[in-house]
Ligand binder design. Structure first.
Ligand SMILES: CC(C)(COP(=O)(O)OP(=O)(O)OC[C@H]1O[C@@H](n2cnc3c(N)ncnc32)[C@H](O)[C@@H]1OP(=O)(O)O)[C@@H](O)C(=O)NCCC(=O)NCCS
Length: 261
């Protein structure tokens, strides 16, 4: 198959064996919320207006606005002109043929931090969670982990149990988001590694170990407060992952959303 040509006006190049991850601090005071809001579609604006809490509203506008600016850099299509289509369980994707028609992305946010993952031609899912101490960890784990995973957690010293649970949780959710089902599928059906010395990996999907081999999981280091995972259905390959903060991208974007090349 011939490689798809890069769109003329795109200013970030994404190779087929690469995953680009961007992070953003949504509560930063320097975001121009009005300008970002102007890039949203009418349904996105309605969604933001329905949010009663002003902080949640601002986070949604900044998060979506930054997503649009980011995708504009990869596709060469203006942030306002991008359209999203939604899967049965709500996963947003680029609608129609814009720039690279095989550009895939996924988004996660937790307590003001947003994580964006992009790849070409492969399903991608991301999850970021702020790490809170779970007093009822055993109960939570039993509700979303397999028996094997619960036994692994119980074998760890208490302090590690908390950390390992978040690794397990974000790994499962990233896979379910890559599949597009989200939590409409029970998370215990995706079995993952969770011990401190084990690299991030999927062990089984619905009890099928061979289905797990196609997945590549990446932990993303975001400091002690957050746990984050990127999952890619990469057919057994290990793509190159790079992670950058979106504030570096913003230096190249004018207030009205147009790109300075
Ligand atoms: C997807 C899901 C796991 C996200 O949970 P979360 O931890 O609260 O949220 P995250 O911050 O990690 O991700 C949210 C983002 O994921 C994306 N997303 C939404 N649904 C998704 C799905 N099914 N698969 C992948 N990504 C999805 C969106 O970009 C969303 O961002 P937005 O709220 O700004 O639009 C959860 O919403 C879910 O399970 N949804 C499916 C619900 C369902 O069962 N629907 C049945 C049809 S009604």
């Amino acid at each position: 198959m011939m490689p798809e040509p890069e769109p003329e006006s795109a200013s970030i190049r994404l190779e087929r064996d690469e995953v680009h991850v961007w992070t953003a601090a949504l509560d930063d005071a320097h975001w121009d919320v009005t300008a970002l809001g102007h890039t949203l579609s009418s349904d996105e604006r309605r969604r933001s207006e329905a949010l009663r809490c002003s902080r949640q509203r601002r986070r949604f506008v900044v998060g979506r606005g930054l997503l649009r600016r980011l995708l504009a850099r990869y596709t060469g299509v203006g942030p306002r002109d991008l359209a999203f289509a939604y899967g049965g369980a709500g996963k947003p994707e680029l609608a129609g043929t814009v720039g690279w028609s095989d550009l895939r992305f996924n988004v996660s946010h937790s307590q003001g931090v947003a994580l964006y993952g992009l790849m070409r031609g492969r399903r991608i899912g991301v999850d970021v969670e702020v790490r809170r101490h779970l007093a009822d960890l055993g109960e939570v784990a039993r509700s979303c982990c397999s028996e094997r995973e619960v036994a692994m957690l119980e074998g760890l010293p208490p302090a590690w149990r908390q950390v390992a649970f978040y690794w397990a949780w974000t790994r499962k959710e990233a896979v379910l988001k890559a599949l597009g089902t989200g939590l409409s599928i029970a998370p215990d059906r995706v079995e993952v590694t969770l011990l401190p010395h084990e690299p991030a990996a999927v062990l089984a999907v619905d009890g099928d170990r061979s289905a797990a081999a196609g997945w590549s999981l990446f932990d993303v280091a975001l400091g002690r407060t957050w746990t984050a995972t990127v999952a890619v259905d990469a057919n057994g390959a290990r793509p190159d992952l790079s992670c950058r903060a979106i504030s570096t991208l913003e230096r190249h974007v004018r207030q009205d959303g147009t790109v300075i090349s």
